[in-house]
Design a binder for this molecule. Sequence first.
Ligand code: ADP
Ligand code: MG
Length: 613
Amino acid sequence: MSDVIKLLPDAVANQIAAGEVIQRPASAVKELLENAIDAGAENIKLIIKDAGKTLIQVTDDGAGMSDTDARLCFERHATSKINQASDLFAIRTMGFRGEALASIAAIAKVELKTRTADQQIGTHIEIEASKLEKQQPCNCPKGTSIAVKNLFFNTPARRNFLKSDNVEKRHILTELQRIAIVHPEIEFQYYQNNQLSHQFHKSNLKQRIAHVFGSNYNQRLIPVEEETQILRLNGFVGKPEYAKKVRGEQFFFVNKRFIRSPYLNHAVELAFHELIPDDAFPSFFLFLETDPGQIDVNVHPTKTEIKFQDERYFYQIVKSAVKKALGSFNITPTLDFDRETAFDLPDQQGMRTVKPPEIKVNPEFNPFGHSKKSAHAGGNLSSRINPGQWEKLFPGKEDIPHPGDLKQHEQVTISPDWQDNTEVKNGTKFVQLHNRYIITPVKSGLMLIDQQRAHERILFEKFQMMQEHKTATSQQLLFPEHIRLNDQDADILKEILKEVGSLGFGVSELGHGTFVVDAIPADMMEDYVLQDVIEGIIEQVKKNRLELKQDLRTNVLRSTAKKLAVRHGKALTYEEMKALCDSLFACSMPQASPTGKTILKIISNEDLSAMFK
Ligand code: ADP
Ligand code: MG
């Protein structure tokens, strides 16, 4: 057999490398911004068209390149940042692998204009699919401007893999944010389709965080400072009460490089332990500086994963520094999200005298089959089942409890307070436990209902119906409210405006992250804080998007139901409990929440009598 191995032509090798380095427009944005920073720029302009699919341009006022360098920078492994292997352990720049520009030029058409301070005339280069098309002198300001056009034009698989413009834009914004918050000393301007969409003026770190994530961050941050012989840690953590239900604003930078480190994240989360609910995530913006020899950033082509020489040491320092910061701000572990532990008896209601249940059994009876059928038949939720009659859906069984046992129980004297004055017309009764569960007797035993999940289910089906029949009912607000969101949240709200509108919200955009709300769903709780409600819905949409991959409409529906549902911890009146149960059993799926969690459990009469054997 003849020889079959050959060296790949450069253009092909570059395209393969591009597959690792440039996964989407946002990756090109990151590389270009990092190059501008490495070049010492003070002002950086990012221009995007069509979510980066047609144009990504970065213009800086940094060092610029000579005409030879301008040509060389598109070669693979062409870098000014390291000379020899040992330099790898002293890297202070963002780039050093020398593959970004070569990769980008392999899969797009690139136009470069650059000039150094000591040259009069700059260089203009055009290169497409790794092929040099043009090189000529040009007039241009000091610095560099690189325009990347038609990214992935010759790699259709990659192009087809791109997500919607909104998703790609979100990735781009995320990259810009990560870079902007670690370089508050640099001014950034971000244009989308010829419009200025973000501008971050030179400022200090705290102000920059507020510029990037919303001015309300000003009051939300606690400073963190620590210095040891090996590292310097500074930055901010969010106050515990602002912890989010989804892993959101968590930023770790090591030597100004954004990194992902579940291990260090864990250190921060541990410091927050008992200050926030188990399922919430703290926000943090932490900056670690250390001797580059302590870390290896060369582990991953996009350089977001690094290795530490002594990871456990860093872990300890991060944890204790954050703890100290939280402690010095007087945040003691008394913020208790599970405050209510008393057994709450609703006013005027008690328990009724123990009575033998009436036993009428139909062994074929399937409660959920029945309720589903009625759901299809009925248009209006409450007409599906006669409210209050749902108790019949849970019939007792013939053999339990043992009638003899119950006779004995009847003879037990019960204090008068607990006696029969609590009987209500339809014979059901409700007790709230820990402000979390509703307990109610049914024929087959004792039913426990999770109040929050139950309400989620009710709202979900109601919203579903409203969307299907386009019958959203709203209440107009007498005084429309303004809400302000950070950029990412604002983008999401814009995306879901129509969906939230169909649920009864009247929201319109005023620009720059501000929205005005002039109507809310007709039966929203009274003690709402609008900013909270909207942010909560957005959080939930983000979370569902990550976890459930469902379509936007269902996502918004679920998210809104979740956000508007009564919380655990809320005391309910007897009437509210009754209404909740009635509505729940008018639902087509009363047994599970919209995300599939159990809503109710029954402790059977059998189990009950076994308990008292
Ligand atoms: P790396 O950043 O890893 O060195 P790149 O492919 O990103 O590799 O860039 C190659 C080289 O081109 C850089 O080392 C730098 O010398 C030069 N370069 C790229 N962008 C700029 C810029 N905006 N200003 C000045 N020089 C640049
Ligand atoms: Mg680079």
